[in-house]
Each structure stands twice: as structure tokens, then as C-alpha cells.
Design a protein around this ligand. Structure first.
Ligand code: HPA
Length: 253
């Protein structure tokens, strides 16, 4: 039986050394998820996984069917979920290639389907979102990174709408708000997981300095190209360490 730990992986999928051992087309009441329901083998465990931006065709962050993705994983038995995301680094000294396990988020997205409960026939749920990422899962991610010898940042993830990158002034504003990193996909994924009672945390990798933050004014896309492979190799390391540890400490109830 598959464990109740699942994955949503985003950009950089091809750089992530995932062993896909199964694929199954699935549907949900909210439509089709971004990819087939993948089964990935990590350290002798088989985990349900969705590729957030699809496998064959690229789905932009604002077009992802987050509800279908989270619902499909829930139907597959996932109750603890790790979202792998790329982010831009805002905080001083936060270098591309570094991992992060954010503790908080600020949502700047607009117009995304952010609840399962907005249909006429569905109850509206005012879920408690004071702490958006599950502290135990998030802490386990951070601990696994340290065990692997990788430094990992905590902090606040500002979720922007995309698909464009931000202006320097927008990043200044995010920094004033307290954001230490910026990405486009943790929301509404995190709140949808919360609505379904799934414990959710993010393993992020910074692949660039956020707009206006590069000390040498390096072009953002050049930074991404340079840091993606090493960053994703660190993610692979952490997952290989985390999955067996986490499942042995907190086996399926
Ligand atoms: N901004 C938003 N999303 C991102 C970035 C960024 O700089 N880098 C990777 N994802």
C-alpha cells in the first residue's frame, strides 16, 4: 500500500532525479489534474505525485488547476503533502541554489480558484490558516536538509500571480511586507490542502535573486539556468533522506 505522503513537483521536474514507476490518468469533480497521477519510487517507498505544470505541455502558474491536483492526491490517499517549488531570493545573503522551508506566506495572487467550498452546493469553510505550512512536516524537511549537509532557510514566501516576474519596486514592497522569498505556486495549493485536512509543507529552492536583488545585476534567467541543476540535486538528496525517515517516525496512522 502507498504511504499517505505525496508530492507535487513544479518547474525543474526534469532536473529532479525522480524514478517514475507508474502513471494513471485520473479525473476529479474539479476537472483533470495537471498530469497523470504519477507513482514515484523514493528510497523503497512509492509516493503519489503530480507534476504541477504538466509533463508534456507547460501549464503556467496562473493556469494550473490547483483544485484538481490537490483533490486527485487526496483521493489517492495522500494526507501529508510536500510541494516542491522554485523561488526567487529576497533576503540579503540568500543565494541562488539554497533550499528553503518557509514558515509563513503572503498571498498576492488574484482570481485563482482558491477553495473547494465556493459552489452553491458546497459548504463554505473558514479554515484556520494562521500557520499555513504544517510545522512538523516543514521541520522534518529542514532537518533532512541539514542532515544532508545543505543549508536551508526558513522565512516568508510571497506568492505572486505571474507568469511574469516581478518589478524591482514590487520586490521592495514584498520585502517591506516581510517576504524573504517569492514564488508563484504555493497558493492556493496550501489552503486547498488545508481544506481537505492534508498536512502540507513546501520544499523550495531559490534559483535566482528576486528582481533588483542581484548584487552584480546578473540577468534573472541566467541565474536560473546556472543554479537550477545544483538546486534540484539538493532537493533530490533531501527527499531521499526525508521520505524514509519521516515515514518511519510517523507511519501511516
Ligand atoms: N519570482 C517569482 N517566482 C519565481 C522567481 C521569482 O523571482 N524565481 C522562481 N520562481
Amino acid at each position: 500500500m502507498s504511504p499517505d505522503l505525496g508530492l507535487i513537483v513544479g518547474s525543474g521536474l526534469s532536473a529532479l532525479d525522480l524514478d517514475v514507476v507508474g502513471k494513471e490518468p485520473v479525473q476529479t469533480p474539479f476537472g483533470a489534474p495537471s498530469s497523470q497521477l504519477l507513482t514515484v519510487a523514493i528510497a523503497d517507498h512509492r509516493l503519489a505525485c503530480i507534476a504541477r505544470h504538466g509533463v508534456e505541455h507547460w501549464i503556467a502558474p496562473h493556469r494550473v488547476n490547483y483544485r484538481a491536483n490537490v483533490r486527485a492526491l487526496h483521493e489517492a490517499g495522500v494526507r501529508r503533502l510536500i510541494g516542491v517549488n522554485l523561488v526567487g531570493a529576497i533576503a540579503a545573503g540568500f543565494e541562488p541554489g539554497t533550499l528553503a522551508a518557509p514558515e509563513q506566506l503572503i498571498d498576492y495572487t488574484t482570481g485563482r480558484e482558491a477553495s473547494f467550498g465556493d459552489g452553491d452546493d458546497l459548504e463554505t469553510r473558514h479554515v484556520d490558516f494562521t500557520v499555513p505550512f504544517d510545522p512538523i512536516l516543514s521541520g522534518a524537511i529542514a532537518a533532512a536538509a541539514v542532515d544532508c549537509g545543505h543549508s536551508i532557510r526558513r522565512g516568508v514566501y510571497g506568492v505572486t500571480q505571474g507568469p511574469r516576474l516581478e518589478t524591482a519596486a514590487e520586490i521592495d514592497r514584498l520585502e517591506r511586507d516581510g517576504c524573504t522569498m517569492v514564488g508563484m505556486t504555493a497558493m492556493p495549493e496550501a489552503v486547498l490542502a488545508r481544506e481537505l485536512g492534508i498536512e502540507y509543507a513546501v520544499l523550495a529552492v531559490a534559483v535566482n535573486h528576486a528582481a533588483g536583488r542581484s548584487p552584480g545585476a546578473a540577468p534573472i534567467h541566467a541565474e536560473i539556468e546556472q543554479s537550477l541543476t545544483d538546486g534540484m540535486a539538493r532537493v533530490t538528496d533531501v527527499l531521499s533522506r526525508l521520505v524514509p525517515q519521516f515515514l518511519s517516525i510517523r507511519p501511516k496512522p
